[in-house]
Design a protein around this ligand. Structure first.
Ligand code: KIV
Ligand code: NA
Length: 261
């Protein structure tokens, strides 16, 4: 069950090994990543950019998320399926619980939301409803428009202390893990050492957190138009996809059609 899988990931804080999380938005990718033994599949709202073609995550709706959570859940992965809340879908505790239930009904086994101290009451309410919650601190993509861009976090002592306060508030509210996005490596390491739940880093340095998350398209090279500087691609599939389509075109156009030979 979701709570059991989430508890097992929480225990990895001390037992290890590091937690592996990848985003997945569809059935085949979920099956393939699950076959690789990945611990958690995040149906992230990065969906908006890398699958739906929007400029940022602020265009993603709950309906988009439910559609893709359901596709991933149909793979019946051993991995924990985490459904991301899209922007504006957790304005208060009651709405957050209601929408968490929709994500779970679609097949999510846990949910994720952005923010710290200000979200603690929502996290507590969702956890009390029996749904595991993953936190998300540091750079928060849903705030990109207010912040005027994607900025590194945890640069100053003040920012680092605020980050730790946020992380502690989430841990006390009952999250099983916290994603740390675009946090200065030293700060990510420090926050990780000060809290009781695993941190899952992205763009926050290597081996600074208790695990890592990567966006699927960054890992396999299927979104070549934007690759974040911290991405470590393990495959470069875009040229192979183009080559396959081009080979198909050659085969179709160069095979004499019936009656033309
Ligand atoms: O939506 C997403 O892919 C995420 C990860 C970057 C953590 O939130
Ligand atoms: Na996200």
């Amino acid at each position: 069950t979701g709570p059991e899988k989430a508890a097992a990931l929480l225990a990895r804080k001390h037992a290890g090994p590091p937690v592996t999380m990848l985003t997945a938005y569809d059935y085949p990718t979920a099956r393939l990543f699950d076959d690789a033994g990945i611990d958690a599949l995040l149906v992230g709202d990065s969906l908006g950019m890398v699958v739906l073609g929007y400029p940022d995550t602020t265009h993603v709706t709950l309906e988009h998320m439910l559609h893709h959570v359901a596709a991933v859940a149909r793979a019946k992965p051993k991995a924990l399926v985490v459904g991301d809340f899209s922007i504006g879908t957790y304005p208060d505790a009651a709405t957050a619980v209601a929408n968490a239930r929709k994500l779970v009904a679609a097949g999510a086994e846990a949910v994720k939301l952005e923010g710290g101290v200000a979200q603690a009451d929502k996290v507590r309410a969702i956890v009390e409803a029996g749904i595991p919650v993953c936190g998300h601190l540091g750079m928060l993509p849903q705030s990109v428009l207010e912040e005027g861009g994607y900025k590194k976090k945890g640069k100053t002592p003040e920012q680092s202390t605020a980050l730790l306060e946020d992380a502690r508030a989430l841990a006390e509210a009952g999250v099983f893990a916290i994603v740390l996005e675009s946090v200065v490596p030293k700060t990510a390491e420090w926050v990780s050492s000060q809290i009781s739940v695993p941190t899952i880093g992205i763009g926050s340095g290597e081996h600074t957190c208790d695990g890592e998350v990567a966006v699927a398209t960054d890992l396999i090279g299927t979104f070549p138009w934007f690759v974040p500087p911290f991405a470590k691609p393990e495959a470069d599939l875009a040229p192979q996809i183009i080559a396959a389509a081009a080979a198909y075109k050659v085969r179709v156009q160069h095979t004499p059609a019936l009656g033309q030979s």
